[in-house]
Design a protein around this ligand. Structure first.
Ligand code: 5GP
Ligand code: MN
Length: 331
């Protein structure tokens, strides 16, 4: 990035900095945000993280999660921090609507803005943009940012653990969009002393029995196969959320199970939320789910993993999804 010297100048003296990431933060949003916070703190900055909404409890093994400000719960505090802040980072999202109402406060605040992300179609809201859609994760890009910034001299085990969490989460343990550079960076991060087996256990082997039973129930009772379009769908209603005491984060990863079937190239998890219906799509190969959500569900993401939403009835969203399938899945 040609502007790196300007960023070095911006970070040369202690500042009040905010790191923002997207609503329903996942392992990459959390890992990259906390990684950036810890790194910048070593440079003497005061760094706060603001997320629009709560993070999954499974990710509390990461360092300093108690310090994160959730806008849904602490609006006043978040706005106060924005008022004082001198520099902003935006991690792991490409459009401002991903940070809900925070977006307008951010736009009207005239401070330098640094955007690091790997989603398609980045909106031009920042002064410095470090975007690469071929990167496995924002955490991988954050590592490359540190390398460019000062050769990673402040990297340590905790920061490496955060960034590895992001890489492992977004690649499904190096299964999706992991390049040779992803492995090289993961290797460098491991050299900081991270216990990778423990980290994998924290990320993937930490479900409660209730959460695992929800996976069983969903696959057994809720999955619908549409063989002519190589597609599998799961729809969870408010009633399911109540009956199975489903909490935020519990459905994370559920959509991926459907891709485990050899003949399924497109998987959809459609969930009825308090106000919206959320759609989460995954695909194999050239089939772009980003195109589907962008056109029909006000969403975005990546070619093989994307999400969107609709203000409609659950059944109507399911029908709309089925109706557009022929346009996108060709045999
Ligand atoms: P998930 O299906 O796990 O929620 O998200 C998959 C990918 O799509 C993630 O990279 C996420 O950031 C993106 N994504 C999910 N929901 C939305 C949405 O409503 N709008 C946009 N622009 N991207 C989304
Ligand atoms: Mn990501």
């Amino acid at each position: 990035m040609e502007d790196i010297q300007q960023i070095r100048d911006l970070l040369a003296y202690p500042k009040d900095i905010i790191v923002f990431s997207h609503r329903n933060p996942d392992g990459d949003a959390m890992g990259s945000s906390i990684g950036v916070k810890l790194y910048l703190e070593k440079l003497g900055h005061k760094v706060d993280i603001i997320f629009p909404s709560e993070f999954p409890s499974i990710l509390t093994f990461l360092p300093r999660t108690d310090d994160i400000v959730i806008y849904d719960f602490e609006k006043e505090r978040a706005l106060e921090l924005i008022k004082r802040c001198q520099l902003m980072f935006f991690l792991d999202f490409s459009s401002l609507d991903r940070i809900d109402a925070l977006g307008e406060h951010v736009i009207s605040k005239n401070v330098p803005k640094i955007h690091i992300d790997h989603h398609l179609d980045p909106e031009p809201f920042a002064d410095f943009v470090f975007s690469d859609v071929s990167s496995s994760s924002t955490s991988e890009l954050v590592y490359r940012f540190f390398r460019l910034f000062n050769n990673c001299i402040f990297l340590d085990e905790k920061i490496a653990e955060c960034l590895l969490t992001g890489i492992i989460s977004d690649t499904g343990s190096f299964k999706y969009s992991a390049s040779s550079e992803t492995f090289q960076i993961a290797s460098k991060l491991m050299e900081e002393g991270v216990d990778i087996a423990e980290l994998q256990n924290n990320i993937y082997n930490s479900l409660s029995d209730k959460q695992l039973k929800l996976i069983g129930y969903s696959i057994n009772q809720k999955m619908e196969l549409i063989p002519e379009y190589d597609t599998a769908i799961m729809a969870l209603s408010k009633q399911d959320y109540k009956e199975y005491e489903i909490q935020r984060g519990d459905t994370e990863g559920l959509v991926n199970y459907m891709l485990m079937m050899k003949n399924v190239r497109l998987a959809a998890l459609i969930t009825e939320q308090p106000t919206i219906v959320k759609i989460s799509l995954r695909s194999k190969g050239d089939l772009s789910v980003q195109e589907i959500v962008k056109k029909h569900f006000k969403g975005g993401g990546h070619k093989n993993a994307a999400g969107g939403q609709a203000f409609a009835k659950l059944e109507d969203v399911v029908s709309r999804f089925k109706a557009v399938l022929p346009q996108y899945v060709h045999n």
